[in-house]
Ligand binder design. Structure first.
Ligand code: ATP
Ligand code: MG
Length: 762
């Protein structure tokens, strides 16, 4: 039992407790995920059938890593463990049981775009104001109802909900929800939330099916339990009801999905649900230095709502946490990128040891630009998934239609792409006929002469024949042959091939990449069913990371803090620590929202093993305007004894501001690099001179006091509290949103929002 030696006594006790309900509530980096991994290995070593183990993880990637680790202990048997995210595991089960819900087993999974597009169609049909009933808003409202297991019928009956909707003037939400549900059903489609909602319906309405899975999954394990929502909680509770071999691990301090309905009450209730639960505490953090653990503790201590824990580290004390101030978001990016280059060369580390974490996806732009300028290879996690690209979605829409012609979102997507003379008017005619007859769009198309006028009918006839020919091919060909046939005969491949622009070329290559993936799938020897329908099953659930061809590439990782959960990196930059950004503006109204932001900050800090750099900018472009920013209150909350406030990232100057020639070289390098492990190679262009990259701070004149800026005019000379002396080159807008462009002697041109700017007119 060599592997057990890699555990401390409490971890080991939790691993060896194979039966009954087990809960581990422990701080970040204390080995919770490690306990789950070893526990699965230990179960199998003790003769438990891997098919009877169900492990639910936060990402597919986490599941994959766990499986690899378990394989190293128990060998090939690990292949048979049921392991993955809630969505992927229950999608798989729903396919088997679909007929009990009246769904076809090859039901489509609508992604967020499909759902919102359907919502827009419904709004249009109901002639509702799409500002009041904004599609995002409606989607979130339906999503939250589903995650609380409130069906459309219950939604409409619930007086409290109705009162709430009426008070905001959105009394049609219930009806939209109802229509949305009916349309999904008719289209043979489930959205993301349905995968959990329908699983609950299945387990509730079909006791025999519940019984079957209760006996199948004799051992259940859940990572990141603090972030499960009610729908997920109930599935697990039901499945575990007979054997009660349920092990959950979590950290209330890392609960960051309350906005999606995750409920930390789950942790608190576990002891009530399972009175004979064995609770284990893990307090030693193995991941981070003492300074990092201490500073993270100092932050989370400010939250009132938390379970008491004493997390400590026996690792070295390590460096203090460094605070970096920048003048703008672009400058912040520059400092971060330069710091990474410098730190890497001093410590001899790899790019993949660095992560840049931000509160919102929009912040990645400035970071990317700066990294690219220095030729630093990077990878963005959770960005637009490969499967979300337009050309990929188009081809997949043909695949979806082939297996499920009732899939109306797919149908609308490609009925006239590539163009085949079925314009908007024809599509509207089809939709009207379908609504009148209360049948699906496909039913109308298939029987076009019955339901449509001659012209429209003859326009859609070839399309109908085309899809039916795809169905015939799919029935007796493997995934690759079917996919290739569809790509060619739909006209999509030709359409992309004929587009000779750079974007067109890259779209064509993406299609090739998808087809290559399908070919690989068709050649796999470990699966029997190799039809395109099998390949398609989970495609809507895949993310960027799942398509990562080279997960070990040496690249800096960029991601939101939300997607960094559970991960670890030696060096972590947390950027954009500014009021209204982090904590976000929306969180400022309530204590509980603010506490959630603080937990998010705790998650960010605890990703780091050796160094944390926290940065903020004093001005930032947001929604197209330049705003002055204040440092985040979270910086003030950090215990100063662990901080290095004077940190000035210094590096060997990269010479005059990078010329275009350098950028072009980097670009060409990027283009010619086919292997993907280095997207942007670093340029070895470093001079000897060492200068600080932070502009010298301006010391305001003795008589400095901000003037009334409403009188500001072009040509005036001014002094700014921090940026120094300058001249006004442009004034625009009206008070209070008046902006001025000023050319500062030291810093060059800047645009300032005058209501925040501390300026003196000279
Ligand atoms: P998080 O809360 O961030 O999800 P966690 O509690 O799941 O963290 P792990 O990721 O399991 O923690 O472990 C953190 C790090 O500490 C990992 O690198 C892990 O390999 C290491 N580790 C955990 N326990 C031990 C141990 N007993 N001996 C040595 N290393 C350990
Ligand atoms: Mg973990």
């Amino acid at each position: 039992m060599d592997y057990l030696e890699g555990l401390n006594p409490s971890q080991r006790a939790a691993v060896e407790q194979l039966k009954g309900p087990v809960m581990i509530v422990a701080g970040a980096g204390s080995g919770k995920t490690r306990v789950i991994t070893y526990r699965v290995a230990h179960l199998i070593r003790n003769g438990v059938d891997p098919f009877s183990i169900l492990v639910l993880t936060f990402t597919n990637k986490a599941a994959k890593e766990m499986r690899e680790r378990i394989t190293s202990v128990v060998g090939d048997a690990a292949r048979n463990i049921w392991m993955g995210t809630f969505h992927s595991v229950f999608a798989r089960i729903l396919r088997v049981e679909a007929q009990h819900l009246g769904y076809p087993s090859n039901f489509t999974i609508y992604d967020t775009d499909d759902s919102k597009s359907l919502i827009r169609t419904i709004l249009k049909e109901m002639q509702l104001d799409d500002k009041l009933y904004n599609a995002n808003f409606v989607y979130n409202r339906i999503s939250s109802a589903k995650n609380n297991l409130i069906s459309a019928a219950e939604y409409q009956k619930n007086e409290q909900i109705q009162a709430e909707d009426n008070s905001t003037g959105r009394s049609f939400l219930g009806q939209i929800y109802q229509t949305y549900t009916q349309r999904c059903f008719k289209a043979g489609a489930m959205d993301f939330d349905d995968l959990l909602f329908k699983t609950n319906v299945l387990l509730k309405n079909h006791p025999e099916i519940l019984y079957k899975y209760q006996n199948k999954f004799k051992y259940l394990m859940l990572d990141e339990y603090q972030d499960t929502n009610f729908s997920q909680y109930l599935i697990v509770k039901k499945l575990a009801a007979i054997h009660e071999n349920l092990c959950v691990v979590g950290d209330d301090a890392q609960s960051i999905y309350a906005f999606r309905g995750a409920n930390i009450q789950n942790i608190l209730n576990f002891e009530k649900d399972y009175p004979d639960v064995k609770v284990y505490k893990l307090e030693q953090n193995y991941r981070s230095t003492k300074n990092i653990v201490n500073i993270a503790n100092s932050i989370i201590a400010k939250n009132k709502n938390q379970l008491k824990k004493d997390v400590f580290s026996n690792n070295e004390t390590g460096d203090k946490i460094k605070i970096i101030r920048a003048f703008s978001d672009n400058e912040e990016g520059k400092i971060v990128a330069e710091n990474i280059v410098q730190k890497r060369s001093i410590s001899g580390s790899k790019y993949k040891e660095f992560a840049i974490l931000y509160r919102t996806n929009a912040q990645s732009r400035a970071m990317e630009e700066a990294l690219r300028k220095l030729g630093v290879p990077y990878k963005i996690y959770g960005g637009t998934s490969f499967y979300q690209r337009k050309e990929i979605k188009d081809l997949i829409a043909y695949f979806r239609l082939t297996f499920n012609p009732n899939d109306e979102e797919a149908l609308k997507r490609v009925i006239n792409y590539p163009r085949r003379g079925i314009g908007n008017t024809s599509v509207e005619r089809i939709m009207i006929a379908a609504n009148q007859q209360n049948i699906g769009l496909w039913d109308v198309i298939k029987e076009a002469p019955t339901y449509l006028d001659n012209r429209t009918a003859s326009a859609v006839a070839p399309f109908s024949t085309l899809i039916q020919s795809f169905q015939a091919i799919a029935s007796d060909h493997n995934a690759f042959d079917t996919a290739m046939h569809i790509a060619q005969h739909s006209g999509l491949l030709r359409d992309l091939y004929e587009d000779k622009s750079v974007e067109g070329l890259s779209r064509y290559e993406n299609i090739q990449e998808l087809l290559n993936g399908i070919k690989e799938f068709s050649e796999r020897e470990d699966i029997e069913e190799k039809g395109l329908d099998v390949f398609m099953q989970d495609i809507a659930l895949l993310t960027n990371e799942d398509n990562d061809k080279d997960p070990n590439a040496d690249t800096v990782s960029l991601m939101t803090i939300h997607s960094s959960k559970g991960l670890e990196f030696p060096y972590v930059h947390i950027v954009g620590l500014e009021e209204n950004l982090f904590p976000s503006q929306r969180s400022l109204n309530s204590r509980s929202d603010l506490e959630e932001e603080r937990r998010l900050f705790y998650v960010a800090l605890t990703r780091a093993e050796k160094n944390v750099y926290i940065s903020y900018a004093t001005s930032r472009y947001q929604w197209g305007t330049l705003n002055n920013c204040e440092p985040s209150r979270f910086i003030d909350e950090l215990d100063p004894q662990y901080l290095d406030l004077d940190f000035k990232p210094r590096m060997e100057s990269s010479g005059p501001a990078s010329s275009f020639a350098n950028e072009r070289a980097g670009w060409q390098q990027n283009q010619s690099d086919q292997h993907g492990d280095t997207y942007f190679k670093p340029k070895p262009k470093i001079k000897q001179k060492t200068t600080s990259i932070l502009p010298k701070a301006h010391v305001p004149s003795e008589n400095f006091s901000p003037s009334d800026t409403s009188k500001l005019q072009v040509g005036m000379e001014v002094e700014h509290e921090r940026f120094g002396f300058g001249k006004v080159v442009n004034v625009e807008g009206k008070a209070p949103d008046m902006k001025a462009t000023i050319f500062f002697k030291e810093l060059g041109q800047k645009q300032l929002l005058l209501k925040f700017a501390k300026l003196r007119i000279i």
